[in-house]
Design a protein around this ligand. Structure first.
Ligand SMILES: Nc1ncnc2c1ncn2[C@@H]1O[C@H](COP(=O)(O)OP(=O)(O)OP(=O)(O)O)[C@@H](O)[C@H]1O
Length: 923
């Protein structure tokens, strides 16, 4: 049975009464003996005990009352004491017709929503009293409850009226804890429900029969006729989310624990002193600052629930731009005082600064000042009232810089909320999975997910851990989006997890999409390895000394001042970006990359803000490498006055300030290392290169020995030597095997211009590959023609083979292609020569039906797999390798003949001069 008022009551209270299911309780305010209320206990097992306020831990048991009931009792949260008594056999009469009026709310919502909420509310029997105001959330469960204290031993301390004499009393029923209905608005990540609340007033009830206890309270069943007519001016029931669902407050989000405890520590004494003495002296107003979705709103909800305060929220986007903002502020303050004790929370304060594109800074400032004045005046007026209502002011914004000085002054305390750390994200991801009924999911193992950076050098083991790592730098709301998207992408993952690489792709895609608006490209896991960087050994050593060692051997560097920055300089295309990415991979840390000009903005103050938020991101992602490409465009020498407003000078100053805060941060949070790259160190502001900032200057130049470059860039090619016009696979690249004084390499090197940079060599290799590929395609056409099959079928076959895992013979046996090969082998058609491979492919492609092949292959397999599966599989692999693109010396030679070095010799000399001037590391 579900009834309108649900009551959450501590077990110790039940023990006092010895109450059992079906019993009725009498609630009696200590100071108003004339208006007691009846409540019925439905299921004591479902009862949730709430955490008492900090000052009364272990003192008084708590009872949660419906707000409507509280109103009827004339009790106040935290101030009133009530008594309880019980007796069996009482029951409210049944109401046949109900006339309701809707309570006017500030939000304009469609009447169809209102009716929908009402309908779902009366889906189950409810008990209502004439004149009562009750509230229904849009997702329709019950109305808010509030916490009030109960005397420790109510039976002893109070005198109860005679039950039989109480004919006129209101009857309330305690319904069980309903749990979350389908359609419940409770967020699986943080456990809060932010939904719209509609209030109604009971204007008239017509009963089926006259009540033994008077005719004021009725049970309304589904069969009752409910009429909603007009609106009234009654006060709505305040909204407190967990009360709404008769829950104990959800566990606080992990990164909010500290801020919440701090807030409780500050506010609890104020509330307590107001309760004891009825006045508030220095009620602190608190501004919480943090990125979108980091839990600012939840923080205030949690604090209010724990202190038993109402929360009146105002979204400043609704105030912004309107002419009547000041009047609205006063109105809201009045409303808050009626809800006393109440927190009046102005959310998204920064919206007040964005009143409109045409608003000048002066006009915005003026508006801020007016809002500040009216807010202060309204609060003052409330506090000086004789009733001494308690109204605490709160605010939240994303960036302090965005709210003007006057508004900032309204708040006495500023509290920054951090982004969730990896451990925090893991905790909420696990909670999300269990709240969405996929308990085991976050713990499922995803062993093969690679390249997930991790400061401690270990790899992620479970889906939850993998997600926590890949969502680095995201706020809670973004983490929830990623979780939801992952679940939606793999609806079947309740049964089995998708392939690790698919999963990683899905997570990365989702993260990228969320970061779409950000100026900073966060490469969460850089894939470039040391092996991809050819040569540059000195630069690598230097970076290992400066960055890699302190990061990987953090303990040994504890307490020491570590270098925070390295500047890489040199001609374009010499591998500066590549090297920075390799550092991130090798250290298994995050990699934030930004090109200087991306941070610049035409709007005043925006560029400096971008720099600040970039460093904030870096600190949140620590340990990480923060890479500035084209640093000269972001930090040119100051004082040149090249831009009208001196924007660049301010950006440089901001950059210097942030750099100065880095060593301390590095020591505390595990390291943010800055790597800058520029072609023109001479254009940079000298202050950046001062000791303690980007003080290691590493020159990346053009090496005369191109072999390491060739080796690194063509690492993934199938290199071949040429014999009798045919390309043969070789274990070593051709330039290694033929490096005798008069060998091919010498000739090749002689032909290579000395000023080829890494990027040029990369183009050379790509061209050589393209030439080899053209040849290869011509060969395939020839092959297809000989086999009398479509080239598209042949390419499809090769693609399918490429896509199969090549490591396990057994896995390959499962694929149709392999079966066909086994069949070919079995029938003696498969051999090591290219011609026989053609025959095998021909055999496969000329078959009429794949099913036929599979069937015949399975017979073959039945005989063969038992004897030598691996050898057989290996022979299939080597045959197919003959159909890969092979790159030989002549391809390189042809590519070289068409190549123009990107850096002319004279420029190179200029760079060499700069090197002499700036490099402060060994040559
Ligand atoms: N030492 C190297 N080893 C391997 N590849 C290299 C090397 N140097 C450059 N390359 C190739 O050249 C490309 C461009 O290099 P990169 O972007 O790192 O140069 P850069 O010095 O940052 O250039 P810019 O100054 O123009 O930004 C790389 O993607 C890589 O393919």
């Amino acid at each position: 049975m579900h009834l309108v008022h649900r009551l959450s009551i501590g077990e110790e209270i039940l023990e006092i009464f010895g109450a059992k299911l079906g019993d009725w309780l009498l609630i009696l305010p200590a100071l108003a003996l004339d208006s007691p209320c009846w409540v019925k206990l439905v299921d004591s097992k479902e009862v949730v005990a709430l955490t008492p306020p900090p000052w009364q831990r272990k003192e008084l048991p708590l009872i949660h009352l419906p707000a409507g009931l509280l109103e009827l009792l004339g009790a106040t949260v935290g101030r009133s004491e009530i008594s309880l008594a019980w007796q069996e056999g009482l029951r409210p009469p049944e109401g046949r017709r109900l006339l309701l009026s809707s309570v006017a709310t500030s939000s304009s919502s469609s009447s169809s929503y209102r009716e929908a909420a009402l309908k779902s509310f009366f889906h189950v029997p409810r008990t209502l009293r004439l004149g009562e105001v009750f509230s229904v959330p849009l997702h329709g469960l019950s109305e808010p409850l509030r916490a009030i204290e109960v005397a420790q031993n109510p039976m002893e301390s109070r005198v109860f009226p005679d039950f039989e004499a109480m004919e006129e009393e209101e009857v309330y029923q305690i319904a069980p804890h309903l749990g979350f209905h389908e359609g419940s608005a409770v967020d699986p990540l943080h456990g809060f429900a932010f939904c719209q609340l509609f209030s109604f007033k009971v204007e008239m009830v017509e009963g089926a029969s006259e009540s033994r206890h008077g005719n004021q309270s009725f049970q309304i069943n589904q069969s009752a006729e409910i009429i909603l007519k007009g609106s009234c001016n009654a006060r709505g029931v305040p909204y407190i989310s967990s009360h709404l669902f008769c829950e104990s407050p959800p566990p606080i989000l992990p990164s909010l624990r500290q801020p919440m405890e701090r807030l409780l520590g500050i506010l609890a004494p104020v509330v307590r002193s107001w309760q004891l003495h009825g006045c508030q002296e220095a009620a602190p107003s608190v501004l919480s600052i943090g990125p979108r979705g980091c839990g600012k709103r939840i923080l205030w909800h949690s604090v209010c629930e724990r202190l038993g305060l109402h929360l009146l929220e105002v979204n400043c986007s609704e105030l912004a731009g309107g002419a009547g903002a000041e009047a609205r502020v006063q109105e809201l303050t009045q409303d808050a005082s009626k809800l006393s004790p109440c927190v009046l929370c102005f959310r998204r304060l920064h919206a007040l600064s964005k009143a409109g594109p045409s608003t000048s800074p002066a006009a915005t400032l003026l508006q801020h000042r007016r809002v500040e004045e009216s807010l202060n005046a309204a609060l003052q007026a409330v506090r000086s009232r004789s009733a001494h209502p308690l109204v605490l002011l709160a605010g939240s914004c994303e960036d302090l810089e965005e709210i003007g000085g006057p508004l900032r002054q309204v708040f006495r305390l500023e509290m920054e909320l951090p982004r969730p750390s990896e451990a925090h994200r893991l905790a909420v991801i696990s909670r999300f999975f269990s709240a969405t009924g996929r308990d085991g999911h976050s713990k499922r193992h995803v062993k093969d997910v690679k390249d997930v950076p991790n400061g401690d050098g270990h790899e992620a083991h479970s889906l939850g851990e993998t997600m926590a790592k890949l969502t680095a730098g995201l706020s809670y709301s973004d983490v929830r989006s990623v979780c939801t998207e992952v679940l939606m992408s793999f609806p079947s993952c309740a049964l089995e997890l998708p392939a690790p690489s698919d999963l990683q792709d899905a997570i990365e895609q989702s993260v990228k999409r969320l970061q779409g608006g950000s100026k900073v490209a966060v490469t969460l896991a850089s894939k470039v390895q040391w092996a991809d960087v050819g040569g540059l050994q000195d630069a690598k050593d230097e970076i290992i000394n400066c960055i890699t060692l302190p990061l990987s051997q953090g303990d040994m560097f504890a307490g020491q001042k570590v270098r925070s920055g390295v500047l890489l300089f040199g001609p374009p295309g010499t591998g500066k970006t590549l090297l920075a990415k390799a550092v991130a991979t090798e250290c298994k840390v995050h990699f934030l990359s930004v090109k200087g000009p991306e941070l610049l903005s035409m709007y005043i103050g925006e560029s400096e803000k971008n720099v600040r938020s970039l460093f904030q991101n870096a600190r949140d992602l620590a340990p990480c490498v923060l890479f500035f490409d084209e640093l000269d465009s972001l930090a040119p020498a100051r004082g040149r006055g090249s831009d009208s407003g001196g924007v660049m000078d301010r950006v440089v100053s901001q950059l210097v300030t942030e750099l100065d805060t880095m060593p301390a941060t590095a020591a505390r949070r595990g390291g943010v290392f800055m790597v800058g790259a520029t072609n023109r160190p001479d254009l940079l502001d000298r202050s950046l290169l001062r000791p303690g900032r980007l003080d290691r200057m590493v020159y990346l130049g053009v090496a005369s020995d191109k072999r390491p470059l060739l080796k690194a860039i063509s690492r993934k090619f199938v290199l071949a030597s040429e014999r009798e016009g045919l390309l043969e696979c070789v274990a070593e690249p051709w330039w290694e095997t033929l490096s005798s004084p008069k060998g091919a390499l010498m000739i090749f090197e002689e032909q290579c211009p000395t000023n080829l940079t890494g990027a040029d060599v990369s183009v050379l290799c790509a061209d050589a590959y393209a030439i080899a590929q053209r040849e290869h395609i011509a060969q395939l056409h020839e092959l297809a023609e000989g086999l009398k099959v479509q080239i598209s079928s042949l390419l499809l076959f090769l693609d399918a083979w490429e896509a199969k895992p090549k490591t396990s013979g057994l896995v390959l046996y499962g694929s149709q292609q392999c079966e066909a090969f086994v069949l070919a082998h079995h029938t003696g058609t498969l051999d090591r020569s290219f011609r026989d491979v053609s025959a095998a492919v021909g055999l496969l492609l000329s078959q009429d039906s794949a099913a036929d092949i599979a069937q015949r292959a399975s017979f073959a397999l039945a005989e063969r797999t038992l004897t030598c599966p691996d050898r057989l599989a290996r022979s299939c692999f080597s045959m197919l390798e003959a159909l890969q693109v092979r790159v030989g010396q002549r391809h390189f030679q042809e590519a070289l003949s068409n190549l123009q070095p990107s850096v002319p010799m004279e420029d190179l000399h200029r760079y060499e001069k700069l090197r002499g001037e700036y490099q402060n590391t060994k040559a």
